[in-house]
Design a protein around this ligand. Structure first.
Ligand SMILES: [Zn+2]
Ligand SMILES: [Zn+2]
Length: 137
């Protein structure tokens, strides 16, 4: 096979991103794609992600203490991050009121990041508590 076949890389990357639904970093997304499409290189994933971000097909999510993550859900929404395992989930968008005092700044945007404990970690913490109780009694 000498003819270079154009692979639908964009579609593969977008499908994988939406299927994962976990707001992966570019590296995590590459690892996942690599398992089923080993021919797609890391640099291709990064480059195509950048293009898709410019085209508004994916959203870059910047959260505290984390590498930039990517989101296939480009509708306006907020994120909540688990303080225990770092998982990130989508939650509905809530408009935030503008402060009446801006220290002379012109506001151009804001970031809202909720933190909490995800359902899986809540279950684990509950299990830990029960195990501890069992040891004590
Ligand atoms: Zn968690
Ligand atoms: Zn999201």
């Amino acid at each position: 096979m000498t003819a270079k076949r154009r692979t639908p890389q964009k579609g593969i990357i977008l499908d994988t991103l939406c299927r994962m639904g976990s707001h992966p970093t570019a590296g995590e997304l590459y690892e996942e794609i690599h398992r089923s499409h080993p021919s797609i290189s890391r640099s291709t994933v990064y480059r195509v992600l950048g293009q898709m971000e410019e085209d508004g097909l994916v959203m870059r999510v910047c959260l505290m203490g984390s590498d930039d993550r990517f989101d296939g859900n480009v509708r306006q929404h907020n994120h909540i991050r688990c303080r225990r395992c770092g998982a990130v989930a989508d939650i509905p968008w809530v408009e935030v009121a503008s402060p009446c005092e801006t220290a002379g700044y012109l506001i151009t945007g804001y970031t809202v990041e909720y933190t909490g404990i995800c359902p899986a970690c809540q279950a684990e913490e509950e299990q830990d508590r029960r195990a501890q109780k069992a040891v004590v009694s």
